[in-house]
Write a protein that binds this ligand. Structure first.
Ligand code: CUK
Ligand code: CUA
Length: 684
């Protein structure tokens, strides 16, 4: 009741504000343009709308809290993984408007990505190939990681892992385009990817399902002997904007199924945390009468959190104590043990998320099958290692720290805790999958201190339904923002009109700006594309994206001006290749006739001469699977062999101007040997 009264009060205050602002606007419009806009009675109208639409005070509160009027920008950008759509979604907060889908592991014709366009990172030999050499054109993107400086998002790059194919993509946030896709050459698949170290020295990629290293074959009966996990530290070159395999390294780990990862920061800088399940080393085989994986992998009460001293690992690699597998330097398991690079910490039953707190002093593990979150202290970990306070070793000789020596608290939250985020008030938030709720609880002795008793559950907000990850504004950095949290729910069930049996996911905006148990769900956003796992939310003003490319003739892959750019169209024959230097500007291409012979290799270098915001042109060739997007200033390359003669009208794909339909031309592919074609300029 109290809550209801408060809500009504909020609505009335907001209506009063709307009324006043409306009056002001009305006056301006009247005097400015002589247009009469009714200003009186807005409050009454709003009430009528509420009544007519059957909205509750809570509905109105949610609507007003998340509404961003036209022309105003959102305060935050959320980068959400696109799951097996292979893409990355960029969503504004608090409006929950979808601003961009970044083509990442999957081609996208609107962005001219992977459809006959050479700027496409799929052409990189490291990007994943089928056995017959075709690029793999989908991915299962799980965990986006914004680049960090001193443990805080710097807004420069975004990395994301492809769980299925064991790849990492690098996205440059100056133009929101994918620049690199790199495949792990040692193991198939990942899950603990991507997570960055505090200054983006490395991008962590932890494997999920164990397998023979080097992607070799070994029968499952040799699981313990031949199968392994792998934690890769990909070196990032910020200047080039690329992951560099020659400077990267990996750790061989036991064939447990390593799960999510996080990098230490501040007090825990230099350490990486990776949890695991199936330390039972179950090998499944339900069809043979064996226990299925789900049972076999859930027997032990404790699994192992992998604690990696990556700074020490760097030294070990520098000292040459590694073996090279398919170009990747791999530290053998026994070397990691001998050199103090790898330790295990017991963690309750089949954990999922591991998350480092803002101070870096603590890390939190949540187990799917345990109703608690478990909090560990890095100080205690360091002390235990120094004192060799071990409870024993695992079957591979890895020292196991004593649970009670390094754990500092456990908080009972509810059913199915998964992932944890933080705010700037001393609260932590954990998703509860089985309970379809998000729990708020207090940290003790961390960067911020909540008013309540440390390590206590203080509130819960129900969500629709089956929440996986949650993302709070800058909620996994050294300086979280508070304000908002988004619950990334796997099922939407009855929240929307069903559109066939495949339902959207539901992303729910939650207001976390107040203290105590005041948590309010504000807005539901369906996303009809699968399936967001993790997301990160960054202050919008940290992103300094280009409005147009810096210079006309820009190559987006190398982020430099290309010598292939022209400001005047021309065709140059060079050996058996025909270079078409084409320009695009509202509303024509130059040249408009491109005449070649069957079997010619034709290379279009198309430069968009525009310097106007949003003046993008497209370029398409029917039948040859070409769809390019040429953004203002950009030069794009399209390269193919014209094997089939015919007349191919090419046209601009973007409705760029009133004469957009006239922005077209003909590619004339003359059958081979049928006389000379129109004289064209020939290179000397
Ligand atoms: S996740 Cu990848 S299974 Cu909980 Cu990080 Cu969804
Ligand atoms: Cu350019 Cu339409």
């Amino acid at each position: 009741m109290e809550q209801l009264k408060k809500s009504w009060l909020a609505v009335l205050v907001l209506i009063a504000i709307v009324f006043t602002v409306g009056l002001q606007l009305g006056r301006v419009r009247k005097s400015g343009r002589g247009v009469s806009v009714p200003t009186a009675g807005i409050a009454g109208d709003a009430m009528e709308v509420m009544k007519a639409r059957g909205l509750s005070p809570d509905d109105v509160y949610g609507a007003l809290s998340s509404y961003v009027p036209t022309g105003r920008y959102d305060d935050y950008l959320m980068f959400a993984s696109g799951g097996h759509s292979g893409q990355v979604f960029v969503i504004g907060l608090p409006s929950m408007r979808l601003l961009r889908v970044i083509a990442t592991f999957t081609p996208d014709p609107w962005q001219g990505y992977g459809v006959g366009v050479k700027e496409n990172p799929f052409e990189d030999p490291m990007s994943g190939r089928t056995p017959d050499g075709r690029p793999v054109t989908w991915g299962d993107s799980h965990h986006p990681a914004l680049s960090e400086t001193n443990g805080d998002y710097d807004g420069q790059f975004l990395f994301i892992g492809d769980k299925a194919n064991g790849r990492i993509a690098v996205i440059d946030l100056r133009d929101f385009e994918t620049k690199q896709i790199i495949e792990n050459p040692v193991i198939t698949g990942n899950h603990g990817a991507a997570f960055v170290t505090p200054n983006t020295e490395y991008v962590i990629e932890g494997s999920q399902y164990a397998g023979p290293l080097g992607k070799e074959f070994a029968p499952i009966s040799e699981y313990k002997e031949k199968y392994r996990g792998l934690i890769t530290f990909w070196k990032f070159d910020r200047t080039k904007g690329r992951l560099v395999i020659e400077e990267s390294f990996a750790l061989e780990v036991p064939p447990y199924w390593q799960d999510l990862a996080d990098a230490g920061k501040l007090e825990s800088d230099g350490w990486a945390f990776v949890n695991s399940f199936n330390t039972e080393m179950a090998t499944g085989g339900i069809e043979k009468g064996n226990p299925p994986f789900e049972a076999g992998a859930s027997q032990a009460d404790m699994d192992f959190l992998h604690l990696i001293n990556w700074k020490k690992a760097e030294e070990v690699v520098k000292a040459g104590k590694f073996r090279t597998i398919n170009g990747m330097r791999v530290i053998p398991l026994e070397t990691s043990v001998a050199e103090g690079v790898l330790y295990f910490i017991p963690e309750p039953k089949s954990p999922h998320g591991v998350d480092v707190t803002p101070s870096g002093k603590h890390f939190v593990v949540a187990g799917k099958l345990d109703p608690h979150v478990t909090i560990y202290s890095i100080a205690k970990v360091k002390e235990a290692i120094a004192n060799k306070d071990f409870e024993g070793k695992d079957p591979f000789g890895v020292p196991i720290l004593k649970f009670d020596s390094v754990k500092i608290a456990q908080v009972e939250l509810g059913l199915g805790p998964l992932h944890t985020q933080f705010d700037n008030k001393g609260y932590a938030y954990t998703s509860l999958f089985l309970e379809s709720a998000v729990a708020r609880w207090t940290l003790g002795d961390d960067k911020y201190q909540a008013p309540e008793k440390p390590w206590t559950l203080v509130g819960k907000v129900p969500v629709h339904y089956n929440v996986g990850h949650i993302a709070a504004a800058e909620g996994d950095t050294v300086e979280p923002d508070g304000a908002y949290l988004v619950s990334l729910n796997k099922w939407s069930v009855d929240r929307y009109k069903n559109v066939g049996p495949l339902l959207p996911q539901n992303l729910q905006l939650v207001d976390i700006s107040k203290t105590g148990d005041q948590l309010k769900s504000l807005y539901d956003m369906p996303i009809g594309n699968g399936e967001p796992h993790y997301a990160q939310i960054i202050k919008a003003d940290k992103i300094k994206a280009w409005e147009v490319y810096p210079e006309v003739g820009w190559d987006a892959l190398s982020q430099t001006k290309t010598p292939e750019a022209r400001i005047k169209g021309e065709v140059v024959h060079q050996g058996d290749a025909v270079h078409v230097y084409m320009t695009a500007i509202r509303s024509h291409f130059e040249p408009e006739h491109v005449e070649i012979e069957e079997g010619d290799r034709v290379i279009f270098h198309i430069t968009n001469l525009e310097r106007t915001l949003d003046a993008t042109h497209g370029f398409s060739i029917p039948g040859y699977n070409v769809a390019a997007s040429i953004e203002p200033g950009e030069t794009v390359t399209v390269d193919f062999v014209a094997k089939r003669p015919g007349v191919y009208p090419f046209y601009c794909l973007e409705f760029c101007s009133a004469l957009h339909l006239e922005m077209a031309g003909y590619l004339l592919v003359k059958p081979k040997g049928e006389g000379t074609i129109m004289p064209q300029k020939t290179a000397a």
